[in-house]
Design a protein around this ligand. Structure first.
Ligand SMILES: NC(=O)C1=CN([C@@H]2O[C@H](COP(=O)(O)OP(=O)(O)OC[C@H]3O[C@@H](n4cnc5c(N)ncnc54)[C@H](O)[C@@H]3O)[C@@H](O)[C@H]2O)C=CC1
Ligand SMILES: C[C@H](O)[C@@H]1OC(=O)[C@H](O)[C@@H]1O
Length: 252
């Protein structure tokens, strides 16, 4: 009897790009891919923390390089995608929370510009270079549980993440025939610089722990395995999907 073999989660010989790689979830994604053998280009807006992260990764013996870039800048995207990447993980993101009745248009534009517009054109650049090279690849967006449900004071953030979910489904339809997969991971509240103020408030933290059915808030490590799965051949037939890493928040 011939037994089936588990597809590989390894990424040896693959070139990967991770945005938002200077901290939080993006840094976790960069580590996950590098540890699996990929040569990872780490992107973030500012040099300092990014260089520090890349130095720490190289000290582990992994392949990593830093490239500071603003993902909302089309020219910066062109420079990043001078060559194709087998794996692209987009974790760059931001939030400005306010009641919908009070949202400042400048905040709306800032959030949409990073979370949705940049996600769109980064995907476009990633796919074009893969198409021109005549090969497939995997694009993973770090979306959110807020791409599937609403959140108080989060109308703009939710709109941006719901937008990413719709965009990914449509792109998956177009790019499937080229072997280019595109998916999202949708975390619940994860402790990072973005959410530190929420985590500092004992009342909010208790509320979160009750909303998350598994009874605890998220860690960057909770997202890393999900991203590695979607980046690797282990998910070879998965595209246009949203992988919830939300402890059951949206299950109800
Ligand atoms: N922390 C959380 O609870 C959750 C976060 N997310 C999403 O995960 C992603 C990462 O968030 P965190 O790690 O929590 O935040 P973070 O604040 O620790 O990291 C954000 C990263 O995005 C980069 N970035 C922001 N704007 C950029 C731009 N214009 N150009 C290039 N890089 C830019 C920053 O340099 C930084 O590396 C975001 O998309 C966020 O919406 C999703 C679900 C939960
Ligand atoms: C930044 C937000 O407060 C945080 O990010 C997410 O995606 C979580 O669901 C929280 O809303």
């Amino acid at each position: 009897m011939t037994l089936p073999r588990t597809p590989s989660f390894r990424l040896d010989g693959r070139r990967a790009l991770v945005t938002g790689a200077s901290s939080g979830i993006g840094l976790g994604c960069a580590v996950a891919l590098a540890e699996a053998g990929a040569d990872v280009t780490c992107v973030a807006r500012r040099d300092g923390p990014l260089n520090e992260a890349v130095q720490a990764m190289r000290a582990e013996g992994w392949q990593a390089r830093a490239q500071a870039a603003d993902v909302t800048d089309p020219e910066a995207l062109d420079a990043l995608f001078a060559r194709p990447f087998d794996v692209v993980v987009n974790a760059a993101g931001m939030a400005r929370h306010a009641p919908a009745m009070d949202t400042d248009p400048a905040d709306f534009d800032a959030v949409m510009s990073v979370n949705l517009r940049a996600a769109y054109f980064l995907s476009q650049r990633a796919a074009r270079t893969l198409r021109d090279a005549g090969r497939g690849g995997s694009i993973v967006h770090v979306s959110s549980q807020m791409g599937h449900v609403g959140g108080l004071d989060r109308a703009v953030y939710c709109a941006s993440k719901h937008g990413v979910e719709g965009m990914v489904k449509a792109m998956a339809m177009e790019w499937g025939p080229l072997g280019i997969r595109i998916n999202t991971v949708c975390p619940t509240f994860i402790r990072t610089p973005l959410t530190e103020s929420t985590f500092q408030d004992p009342g909010k933290r208790a509320w979160l722990e009750q909303k998350i059915k598994l009874g605890r808030v998220g860690r960057v490590e909770d997202v890393m395995g999900a991203v590695l799965y979607l980046a690797s051949d282990a998910s070879a037939l998965v595209t246009g999907s949203a992988l919830m890493v939300d402890g059951g928040w949206t299950a109800g």
